[in-house]
Design a protein around this ligand. Structure first.
Ligand code: SF4
Length: 693
């Protein structure tokens, strides 16, 4: 009953890229209850995280005052209990902490690197990249897109001309066939999954491709449980059939694409009868899928990190782009390419330039005209034209002594980086680490100064979801203690770095962003405050935005998208006698990323309280391990012990391991080898040994 609350505030769920709009019900400066409201992506729906995962914002682990590492603190390591940090850190005033942070970074140029966050708002992401570029003169700034969809974006930018989705996921209601590959929306994009299920109820054909069985399997017309790492073989075989049987859309290819002849010639080498032995899917099934997708009036392709997190992640995406182009399934209702974005603002943080090779709106840093357009608005000197280092390259550069200081805002590389023991060693080696966060995260364990920040429900700012919908987040409660909004902390730090910033609100930052971001044309702060969401591109002040783009060509030379043939690349960490099984990592429905928020949410932690991995029942029998008992997982990089569950969805030679649990951190095991284009690590394939613990 609304009488039970002091106020109700409309905002956006802080977890996944679906971007569900929510109403926060507040009493006595506490969020008591959350319900879904009628946002464009969710139409009132919420999943368990959006509905119950909010009480972390009032958790007593919240950082409430700036902290500075004590002079007599123990050596840096993963050794700080969030509940009793005072042996390691001492409280400081904002002035002291900000002065300390600025002094540790100022004048160090290329020795400084920054990790921003897809958990922050667009305005905070924009300010963060501006600070690194303007303040230190280079582009060593990145965020978790590098661990997520960087390879998809690399392929889309090169071949389609834009890294964002070509159609919203809600467009599936106009499709008659949809492919979901390397994504598990029932757990990772649960509200999007409800639209996918409804689509099948209306008779839509859902083709699911995943090395692991999953929740959409029950709704699928075809379930292709292919061998891990063989995406290119499988997809090229499907496209081979489309060419061989003349099922492609010749008119579309002629009008809107280039390099078709090369693609066609390349695909000759991938007959399904030969590829079946590689990918483990029968030739007849590959042929049936090819006919179903190519024969559809309108088809969509959705993909997730099962596609992107490989050393051949870019190649995987190239295949999906080619499949959509050759069948003409782009630019019409019910068609499109849609990489399901992970974090709630990974699309927006990328759009805002939180990446080492691009300024906002994916404008290349090595273009002199682009840089001068930004420095003119910023009133600052030119900065380096050289592409900056990526997330994993920055950690390597710390080990090499090139990067000596870091500013980490809202990211947790001590949990999220591959080969995380190596990443933790790099964090320990830094001269100075400034961490800005709401909790004393694993990364904050290594900090020299910690700046207490705001949760989503405590601040204003816009976020952009997987559908390109820019949405307004609003403050419902005040931050605890001395914690402050992230944009305010960034501005105060920049002032101390001598950058002369004088923003007084996120609205001012948004107005500045618009000056060099054409994607925000016709989208104003006031409009978002009134309408809650506008999709970009928006063609007029009254246009709610374009759900589908590229109906008349692509933002590439001559308006043509490009076919780029993709060859098979073997996974980097092949199983052998010592490490005979394949590890794949991912999320669970109840937990989010490194667990810092959801493991502090009572309901979510109650639902999934213990670190766990999943193995096929036959594997457990072979090991002599009963479900619920512990196993030891070891890779070339390290070893963990963890409770094992029996799950028939996992192939007998695989282990599925969620990455939210610090006590059994998945990334102790994962392989840091990266895709050469997207620079994304191969989280989805590491060789491991499994033993009874
Ligand atoms: Fe939040 Fe995603 Fe769940 Fe929606 S689907 S409530 S955005 S976690």
């Amino acid at each position: 009953d609304s009488a039970d609350f002091d106020k109700e505030v409309a905002s956006v769920c802080p977890f996944c890229g679906v971007g569900c709009q929510i109403s926060l019900k507040v009493k006595d400066n506490k969020v008591k209850y959350v319900e879904g409201i009628n946002g464009p992506a969710n139409e009132g729906r919420l999943c368990v995280k959006g509905r119950f995962g909010f009480d972390y914002i009032h958790h007593d682990h919240r950082l409430t005052t700036p902290l500075i590492r004590r002079d007599d603190a123990p050596a840096k390591g993963l050794n700080v209990d969030p509940g009793s940090w005072d042996e390691v850190f001492r409280e400081a005033s904002w002035d002291e902490a900000l002065d300390f942070a600025a002094k540790s970074l100022k004048g160090r140029g290329r020795e400084v690197a920054g990790f921003g966050s897809a958990k922050c708002t667009n305005e905070e992401a924009y300010l963060f990249q501006k600070m690194i570029r303007q303040g230190f003169g280079h582009n060593n700034v990145d965020h978790c897109t590098r661990l997520c969809h960087a390879s998809s974006v690399a392929a889309l930018m090169e071949n389609v001309g834009s890294g964002a989705v070509t159609a919203t996921f809600n467009e599936i209601e106009n499709a008659d066939v949809a492919i979901v590959i390397g994504a598990n929306p029932v757990e990772n994009h649960p509200v999007a999954a409800t639209y996918f299920k409804q689509f099948t109820k209306r008779g839509g054909k859902l083709i699911v491709m995943d090395p692991r069985g999953q929740g959409l399997r029950r709704f699928a017309s075809h379930m292709l449980q292919f061998r891990p790492g063989t995406d290119v073989a499988m997809l090229n075989a499907i496209m081979h059939v489309i060419v061989e049987e003349g099922l492609y859309d010749e008119q579309y290819i002629k009008a809107y694409t280039e390099n078709w002849e090369a693609e066609k010639a390349h695909l000759k080498d991938f007959p399904p009868e030969a590829m079946a032995a590689v990918c483990g899917i029968e030739a007849e099934v590959l042929r049936a899928v090819a006919r179903t997708f190519a024969g559809a009036k309108a088809g969509m392709i959705f993909w997730g990190m099962g596609v992107s997190q490989h050393i051949h992640g870019t190649d995987n995406s190239l295949c999906l782009i080619s499949l959509a182009l050759m069948t003409g399934h782009v630019g019409r209702p019910g068609t499109g390419l849609h990489p399901l974005r992970g974090q709630n603002n990974v699309q927006g943080a990328s759009d805002a330039g939180l990446i080492p090779m691009f300024l906002p709106d994916y404008q290349p840093v090595d273009d002199d005209g682009v840089r001068s357009a930004f420095t003119e608005v910023w009133g600052s000197d030119d900065f380096s034209a050289e592409k900056g280092l990526t997330v994993t390259e920055i950690m390597d550069a710390v080990h090499d002594g090139e990067i000596k200081a870091m500013y980490v805002l809202g990211e947790n590389p001590a949990m999220s980086d591959p080969d995380v023991d190596d990443a933790r060693a790099a964090l320990a080696k830094l001269d100075h680490l400034v961490v800005q966060d709401i909790f004393l995260t694993e990364t904050a364990n290594y900090a020299d100064v910690i700046l207490p920040a705001s949760a989503f429900a405590e601040k204003s700012g816009t976020v952009t979801n997987t559908n390109r919908q820019v949405q307004m987040g609003r403050p419902a409660v005040t931050p605890p203690g001395e914690a402050r909004e992230d944009w305010w902390i960034e501005v105060e730090l920049a002032k101390r770095l001598g950058l002369g910033w004088n923003y007084t609100s996120p609205a001012e930052v948004f107005a500045e962003m618009k000056r060099n971001m054409a994607s925000l044309d016709n989208i104003t702060w006031d409009r978002l405050a009134q309408e809650n969401a506008v999709t970009y591109p928006s063609l007029s002040e009254t246009d709610p935005g374009q759900a589908i783009v590229f109906s008349e060509g692509f933002p590439r030379p001559e308006g043509r998208a490009k076919f780029t043939p993709a060859a098979i690349v073997a996974p980097d960490d092949a199983p052998d006698d010592a490490y005979p099984m394949i590890l794949t990592t991912g999320r669970q429905l109840e937990h989010w990323h490194t667990g810092s928020m959801t493991r502090r949410s009572k309901v979510l932690d109650g639902l999934e309280p213990e670190a766990n991995c999943s193995l096929h029942p036959s594997t457990l029998r072979r090991l002599g391990v009963a479900p619920g008992e512990h196993v030891r997982l070891s890779s070339k990089r390290g070893s963990i012990e963890i409770m094992a569950r029996a799950d028939r969805a996992v192939a007998p030679d695989m282990v599925f391991l969620p990455f939210a649990y610090v006590e059994a951190a998945a990334n102790i095991l994962t392989n840091p080898a990266v895709d050469p284009y997207g620079k994304i690590p191969e989280f989805k394939f590491s060789a491991v040994r499994v033993e009874a613990a």
